[in-house]
Each structure stands twice: as C-alpha cells, then as structure tokens.
Write a protein that binds this ligand. Sequence first.
Ligand SMILES: Nc1nc2c(c(=O)[nH]1)N[C@H]1C(S)=C(S)[C@@H](COP(=O)(O)O)O[C@H]1N2
Ligand SMILES: [Mo]
Length: 190
Amino acid sequence: MAKFPTKRRLPPGQIETRKWPVLDLGDQPNLSANDWSFSVAGLVSNPIKWSWADFMAQPQTDNISDIHCVTAWSRFDNHWQGVSAKHLLSVLQPKSDAAYLMIKGYDGYATNVPLKWFDDDDVLLAHSWEGEPITREHGGPVRLILPKLYFWKSAKWIRHITVMDQNGPGYWEARGYHMEGDPWKEDRTE
Ligand SMILES: Nc1nc2c(c(=O)[nH]1)N[C@H]1C(S)=C(S)[C@@H](COP(=O)(O)O)O[C@H]1N2
Ligand SMILES: [Mo]
C-alpha cells in the first residue's frame, strides 16, 4: 500500500460507514410526486416553478459521489440520478450580483450555500439513489446533493431556493455551524 496515497478520500476527523444514517429535525414530510413542486426566485432572470412532470422533463444526469456528514460519518460511492445544478442554473440565468443561495425544505429546514459551491458538476437535485427513488426518510421525492460540502447543506424534501446577493444563516448555521462547511478544511463550526 502506498505510504502517501495521492488522493485521500476520507476528510480529517471522519469515519467510513457502509450504512446510511437518517438525520433531520424529526418532521419528515410525506410528499407524493404529485404533491411536490419546486421553485426558485430572487436574483435570476428566469424564476421557475416546476411540478414533478416539469422536473422530470429536464435533462437527467447521474453521478457517483461521497457523503461527508459533520457528525463524522462518510459514505463512499453513492449513485445519484436527477437534474444537475449546472442545468438548473442555465435555465435560471442568475444575475451578475447573485452570490448566495438559501435552500428550503418542506419541513421548514433551511441552509445557505454560496453560489460558487452550488455551481459544480457533481451537484444534483436528486430523485434516485442506487437506481431506486429516494425514500421519504432520506428526502424523497427530491433532495439536494452537494457532495463537496458537509451533508447538512444537502437539503432533503427540497421546496424552494432564494438567490441572493448577501449571505445569511440557515437553520444550523444560526446555531453555530459553519457558513460554508468544507469537510477538507473541517469547517464544522464558525
Ligand atoms: N429538509 C431537511 N434537510 C436536511 C436536514 C433536515 O433536517 N431537513 N438535515 C440535514 C442534515 S444535518 C444531514 S446530516 C442530512 C442527513 O441526510 P440523510 O438523513 O439522508 O442521511 O440531511 C440534511 N438535510
Ligand atoms: Mo447533519
């Protein structure tokens, strides 16, 4: 085994798990695909409101990425399918002063993400995991997957994104979690 692997996979302070723990505020919305819709407003040229049919009519992407939760577990090689953030942004056309997103779930949860972290090839609005619909407990019918930040940024039961020029805290960020949350820098708390 190489003494100095060229690419470490486990960020500092993390432990690999094969299970997929469930973490949320405890109120898991029970949304059928037909109950679900998703909207984006704020500093964009083309605000959207997508039904499930509108969402599924967008180009579909799949990729494999790792989960890093701030509670110290990481899960490798998760296969996701959905609509890429790159595609969403191409539809929205953010304005020149757009810099931060507030991402909201149907349970009232919110988390803030800088646009520069959202605008990446591995970011998805995901509807499937390992070829199956994402279960209710993991945020189905649609959740965000933003693998390069701690998993609290990956909002489950995604409902709305507000595009802003100023940063502001979401649920956990208002309670001491980091405004960015890069696991490689151990951005756990502010
Ligand atoms: N809507 C919503 N999204 C959420 C949360 C939540 O409470 N509500 N919890 C976050 C936290 S703290 C984590 S670690 C992950 C957990 O996702 P999982 O239950 O699929 O592992 O979801 C994130 N997204
Ligand atoms: Mo978390």
